[in-house]
Design a protein around this ligand. Structure first.
Ligand code: ADP
Ligand code: MG
Length: 700
């Protein structure tokens, strides 16, 4: 994508100091970097306001008037320069915290200026800090655009007088010096077929547009190019991997699978489960390594799908393992699987951090000689001492809890890569999945087992706490069980534990034995105590479980039908949704109660509203993406969005992304290795993308 590898320090008016700042602060080194540093918005500067019209609601304002006097305010080191600026309607302060000398030298009292900046209100008086200033005479003579591009800048740059205006000047300087068109970066046949703006035009217009339409077209072209590059990269990687790795072939459906399916399964699979099983069976029989992401809302029946897949591995003479992110979840999976497999000749065991040494050694030995068929566990499975005889399938539950490196270690436990099934209950919006997991195949269970009633969600302010407890009492007296969950965040861990303890104390005051039993479960407890509490609750001997988010993932207690989330404003949307998914598993009407303080930020308010309005995990995920932006989506923090997007926005540009995906598929189906001359520019684009950015995808 390089037009000129030229270092920007040789640009006119740049100088080594500025160049160094731009490199350090924004990573801009070459001319190409500069041109590819796109504005994030444009401000219309056709309108000039009067000072009497200034209000706190304006983000930017343009005024015309004169400086009547300069003065200094504040003490020594925190001194600021203030200019009174007037027009016929009033006066406003212009303020500089740095560079007073330079300002006083550059601007004169009495000369007419056009100023531009962000107004701030102090008492009744308005001021503008570090305004852009231009002599009115010059302003009038300015030709061209009235749409002023705004670039995101750092504090450091601003305090060194590098503003959006400076950027604009630098870039127009480049354009003036560079009259010849910048070379095209996409193949001509694509530009033509897709009716895109040329690279040259798009670059010029994105920085110096004449109107909104030009901005839109230039943005479209540049976003498309960016997303196409990513999709090509991902899709090529996928092709490369499937050519390179032969997968074990699980050719037959054997005894275990058939007996389980025909004799032991007490209910009918949902349509979605059947479809997904078909997809998985096709993968396992294909001779290529499976890399499949299984998405399904909490309670949609993923575990069953995992079990049946593992039985296929066993039927074909392989071992399988299932890894879960927490001890509680691992032992729950172990218990569920043991129950379901009762009567089948399958050896199953559980390995976690608290497995005793002797038991562990026995397990490891039988894993190595092949007499142990399925091992369920936590991170403990990753240790080097865990060696399989013939590992054929790895199932990873709640994949976002595991880092990439950890997954890689699991992957290496076999002479050849085992098939991988990653299960997640965090629905990932399509656009994001296409980018993050673009090289994984995705299966979706979009249907709940029959007979579930949608959970009803309510929002209570803390002041209504007593009413809430009254509701709990009524439900408990009807035989229901209740979760009360407190946030636990590393940064505020101490305080969070205090809140939990106080909450627990408060609840036990109101719900006293022998009528009521309340248990408390959290991560600081010994695992025996934790298990004891869990067991009491699971067996219906405790009515309320007060817990931290340790119960967030996967816990399955059908009789628990009420989920109270304390300080709900502190949770992210997807976490709230996960927590809510702990209830609604039995036949009874379930409830989720979100407790918050009175003071809610706008975002928190939105999150709560969305939760109250919908139970649909995909809608929630989409909203989450919009509210937080893709880098921040829960479930992706560990891998992050591995691409540095300069202009496209995954939350907003889903359609362009889909389009880019289709085009990338077409291009590669015709020319998988981008060897044809007409795709030369695409091949070059691939080369210039850093391959290290993508390594993670090999191992997910
Ligand atoms: P997930 O792992 O997706 O959260 P689970 O596999 O734990 O969901 O299933 C939730 C509950 O639903 C379990 O108790 C399971 O036995 C039950 N279940 C799964 N599939 C079906 C089905 N097709 N019909 C009825 N119940 C089902
Ligand atoms: Mg589950």
């Amino acid at each position: 994508m390089n037009y000129q590898p030229d270092d920007i320090k040789f640009l006119k008016g740049m100088g080594p100091r500025r160049a160094e700042l731009l490199a350090k602060e924004l990573g801009i080194i070459t001319l190409n970097d500069l041109l590819r540093y796109y504005p994030y918005k444009y401000i219309d500067r056709t309108k000039i306001y009067t000072i009497s019209e200034v209000s706190a609601s304006q983000t930017y304002i343009q005024l015309r008037g004169r400086i009547v006097a300069f003065r200094k305010e504040g003490v020594k080191y925190r001194q600021r320069l203030v200019a009174s600026f007037e027009d016929l309607t009033g006066s406003i302060d212009l303020v500089w915290f740095q560079g007073a000398k330079w300002v006083e030298k550059s601007y004169q009292v009495g000369v007419e200026y056009v100023i531009f900046g962000r107004p701030a209100q102090f008492g009744r008086k308005f001021s503008i800090a570090h305004p852009e200033i231009e002599p009115a005479a010059l302003f009038e003579n300015q030709v061209g655009t009235s749409l002023y591009p705004q670039y995101s800048l750092t504090e450091k740059l601003r305090s060194n007088y590098i503003s959006s205006k400076t950027f604009q000047k630098m870039i127009s300087g480049v354009f003036q010096a560079h009259k010849a068109p910048f070379p095209e970066t996409l193949p001509a046949y694509l530009v033509e077929k897709l009716r895109l703006m040329s690279a040259d035009e798009a670059l010029r217009k994105i920085h110096l547009p004449a109107n909104d339409n030009e901005i839109k077209k230039a943005q479209y072209r540049l976003k498309f190019e960016e997303l196409l590059a990513i999709q090509l990269k991902i899709l090529r990687q996928k092709v490369g991997r499937s050519e390179y790795f032969k997968g074990f072939v699980f050719g037959k459906v054997g005894q275990l699978f058939n007996r389980f399916y025909k004799e032991m399964l007490s209910f009918e699979l949902t349509g979605a489960q059947k479809r997904v099983m078909k997809e998985i069976r096709a993968d396992l029989g294909s001779g290529r390594q499976m890399n499949r992401l299984l998405q399904g809302d909490v309670g949609s029946g993923k575990t069953l799908v995992a079990l049946m897949s593992m039985l296929l591995a066993l039927d074909n003479g392989y071992q399988a393992c299932l890894m879960a992110p927490t001890e509680i979840l691992a032992s729950q999976h172990y218990n569920t699987l043991s129950d379901m497999l009762k009567g089948l000749p399958v050896q199953l065991s559980l390995l976690t951090g608290s497995t005793r040494k002797k038991a562990r050694e026995a397990q490891l030995a039988s894993l190595q000689d092949g007499s142990l068929h399925i091992i369920v566990g936590t991170h403990a499975l990753l240790e080097d001492t865990v060696q399989f005889r013939r590992l054929g399938l790895v199932v990873i539950d709640e994949q976002h809890r595991f880092g990439v490196a950890q997954r890689a270690r699991l992957w290496k436990k076999s002479s050849e890569p085992p098939h991988i099934l990653v299960m997640t209950a965090t629905p990932i919006p399509r656009t994001l999945a296409m980018t993050l997991y673009g090289d994984l195949d995705v299966s979706v269970i979009d249907e709940m087992p029959p007979g579930r009633k949608p959970i009803q969600t309510y929002h209570y302010f803390d002041s209504k706490r007593l009413a809430m407890y009254g509701f709990l009492r009524k439900q408990i007296d009807r035989g229901q069980q209740v979760f009360i969950v407190y946030p636990l965040i590393e940064e505020s861990e101490k305080l969070d534990y205090i809140a939990l303890e106080e909450g627990y104390a408060g609840v036990t005051e109101l719900f006293k034995p022998p009528e009521y039993v309340v248990v408390c479960v959290h991560g600081r407890m010994k695992s025996e105590d934790k298990e004891y509490g869990m067991r009491l609750f699971k067996e219906g001997k405790a009515h309320i479980m007060v817990a931290t988010t340790v119960i967030e993932v996967g816990v399955d207690i059908p009789n628990a039908s009420i989920m109270v989330i304390e300080s709900a404003e502190r949770f992210g949307l997807s976490q709230l949704h996960q927590l809510r998914g702990r209830v609604g598993r039995g036949a009874d009407q379930s409830y989720c109660i979100l407790m918050t303080g009175y003071k809610l930020s706008n975002e928190a308010k939105k999150r709560i509203d969305i939760m109250v309005q919908t139970n649909d995990g995909f809608i929630i995920a989409e909203e989450d993406l919009k509210l937080r932006g893709p880098g921040d989506i829960e479930g992706t923090q560990q891998s992050g969005v591995p691409f540095d997007l300069k202009i496209a926005n995954l939350a907003r540009d889903g359609q362009i992304l889909q389009y880019a995906r289709n085009v990338a598929e077409d291009v590669l189906s015709e020319d998988p290795h981008l060897k044809e001359p007409k795709n030369k520019l695409l091949a070059r684009m691939m080369d210039s993308m850093q391959s290290s950015q993508f390594d993670w995808s090999l191992i997910s």
